[in-house]
Design a protein around this ligand. Sequence first.
Ligand SMILES: C[S@@+](CC[C@H](N)C(=O)[O-])C[C@H]1O[C@@H](n2cnc3c(N)ncnc32)[C@H](O)[C@@H]1O
Length: 498
Amino acid sequence: MTQILQSIDKTRLEINASLKRKSELGQFFTSSNISQFMASLFSKEKMKCPKILDPGAGIGSLTSAVLVRLIEENLSNKATVNLFEIDELLEPRIYNTLSLFEEKINLDSKIIIDDFIEWAVANIIEENSLFDHHRNRYTHVILNPPYKKFKSDSRYRRILRSVGIETGNLYSAFLALSILLTDNGGEIVAIVPRSFCNGPYFRNFRELLLEKTSIKHMHLFESRNKAFRDDEVLQENVILMLERNGKQKDVTISISTDDTFSDYTEYIYPFEKIVQPNDIEKFIHINTSNEETIIEKFPSVCYSLQELNIEVSTGPVVDFRVKENLRQMPEEGTVPLFYPNHFISTKVEYPKEMKKPNAIVRNERVEKWLYPIGNYVVVKRFSSKEEKRRIVAGILTQDSVDYPVVGFENGLNVLHFKKHGISTEIAYGLYAYLSTTQVDNYFRIFNGHTQVNATDLRTMKFPSTNKLEQLGRWLILNTDKLKQEDIDDKLEELLKIE
Ligand SMILES: C[S@@+](CC[C@H](N)C(=O)[O-])C[C@H]1O[C@@H](n2cnc3c(N)ncnc32)[C@H](O)[C@@H]1O
């Protein structure tokens, strides 16, 4: 059996370079190690005579891994498999793959060269009109779908909406359709980017997933690019195992550095730690360290920014839209335009020698986007993969610059009070809190990418106003020779005092 998987792996590596529509169709094929791991997640007791769906099948690696498991573990002597693939050039490859199982298992197989989204939507609409709703449903779905955004006015968007799916990415569309095509008690194993776990764009998708399935297991790869080493896909991926209409119990979370799984470790988490009971955004938290997060350790860290009377906005000045108003250096009639580069720990370097402009002409067109000078905390929206921290904060104070109003560029999130500044202590306190290692670790549990959205900050929990003020006062007295450990220790010290 191992030989079969090795031979499929060989094909995978061989055809990689010859794929003509590789990036257009998201053709990144799963290695045999990952396929085997994914197949191992299906519950043994449910594997008798399975009806398996493999949407976006590539060369059939995932189906093969399930078949190998059925045979090796003697779980079933027959199986139905439906493999969907849009690229007709892969059809003979899938035939070859399935032919490796001849005489090893009784296979009822169909290779369907079609657009899975079109097919699945039509099927679901037809199913809804039938009396016997579950007639064509699958007991098992295994998928590594293509990843690509599609536009809000596209045909995909429209037809998906007709079956109650609101999403703008192929992978979430594939997974949502797979869920709808699975029978009650059926199981779905998918490898997908982690980006659906947070952010407003995937909220509807998270709701569908959490309403229609229970999460049984989630696996993360510690290293961002090792899961697909050969293809160098720089995506943080998660392997999910879901049960259609299953009862939500504790969730297994596992981690390994790469697809050798040599350092595989797993923990069991109560579901309340994965999705917080009162979180309307339904962020999915994946804690791989088995250590308590700051909010678990200190229940007093329980306030949303809204409860603290603080708002978050994305910097309203989109520089390329107001090019004619930008100036490299301040001059008569301009005010500062702040970019992430201007903020270095608690200091503002302004003006600064840099590629980006430093100033914006103050006129009628831009006036609505300007903020009166005051104390604001900013958080970078985009960090690079190499950067150690995901949350990089900065602080602008009343005295940072001598101008009545200032602009914040779109690469920043701005914390403010009704478009005005906040108190100095709170601003320093928020800056300090957001700059701790504990908060960065807490953030990584629900955000697997390098982007920090305003919704992420709105969903996060903060200490009380009082604690933030204390932290702020301490930071104001100690801004100069501060080390990371000092801020981290101070936060814990303050939170320990009830
Ligand atoms: C990320 S690859 C994974 C392939 C395979 N499942 C594996 O794990 O090796 C996604 C596959 O989906 C196929 N695909 C892309 N868009 C599709 C669509 N609309 N319908 C069906 N297949 C599609 C691509 O050609 C590609 O083979």
